[in-house]
Write a protein that binds this ligand. Sequence first.
Ligand SMILES: Nc1ncnc2c1ncn2[C@@H]1O[C@H](COP(=O)(O)OP(=O)(O)O)[C@@H](O)[C@H]1O
Ligand SMILES: [Mg+2]
Length: 313
Amino acid sequence: MYAIEVHNVQKSYKNGVQALNGLNLTVKTGEIFSLLGQNGAGKSTLISILTTYLKPNTGKITMLGKDILKDSGEIRSYIACVAQRTSIDTHLSLEENMMFQARLYKIPKNEARKRMSTLIDEFELGQYLKYPVSSYSGGIKRRLDIALNMMSNPKILFLDEPTVGMDIQSRMTMWKMMRKIRDDFGTTIFLTTHYLEEADNLSDTICIMKDGKEIVQGSPFELRTYTRQDAIKVQFSNKENAKIAIPLLSKDFTQLTCTLQNDSILMDTTSSESDLIKVNKFLLKSQISFQGIEIAEPTLEDVFLRLTEKKED
Ligand SMILES: Nc1ncnc2c1ncn2[C@@H]1O[C@H](COP(=O)(O)OP(=O)(O)O)[C@@H](O)[C@H]1O
Ligand SMILES: [Mg+2]
């Protein structure tokens, strides 16, 4: 059974903005699913719909086999959501927050205490119990918020851009926490992100969306040709020099697609290191003056370009 099935969902806001435009995706039970897209793609809108906060205009959504419109009450008891703004009460300690959450979900006190100590141990949060949540940094607050939302033992946990603005160290701690939630608690994780690297590292399945619609869904392995293809970037002193060099490079490296980007030339490659050496040698031998040469990892924008080119083919 799928944890979530979204069929042809449309959502427009009162101001006329069409945030979702016939979106389709499926989330498997027990996986980490990343919805990847730039600002304004419609990620938060979809999370609001899946967490039953907003209703779609058209389309069909099934969660854990139930219809989201008919069985919203039951669905709500199976899910938890960590939104972009934290839901944790910053004036209270983590334990006070957790016991309060347990009361909301009518979890008996003894059971609640047991769950609380398991979560604190599993996520190594013991050191943060003493002081109110307000005394901690954004990254730690977010981790405490996730632990709080695990109190109800959700089948699906929604996280809206959980690592936005974090440094790489905090981001990696967060990834570890999410893997633990999947592996030790068996919870399905649905998260949104605009970091290509995060989706690639963390997820079992990635769905890339743009302008309210999915472009492609697959495993990081299946999407590798789009998300991992490096390019050789040759930088010139100005655009004119780059324009002059493009036909020379294309002629000698027929197998690499060359594109002009401002004052640089990007050459798509599947063997970046050996191609880097070859291109460098060629430039020196042909006495083409350039500023620098490097291997450039793809950005989300590059991935979109590749995907749309592929569709046109
Ligand atoms: N409450 C709202 N009222 C009107 N337009 C909205 C509202 N929320 C979001 N939008 C618009 O809908 C589109 C999708 O937004 P959103 O779902 O927040 O995207 P994302 O989370 O991917 O950045 C954007 O154009 C945004 O401006
Ligand atoms: Mg958003």
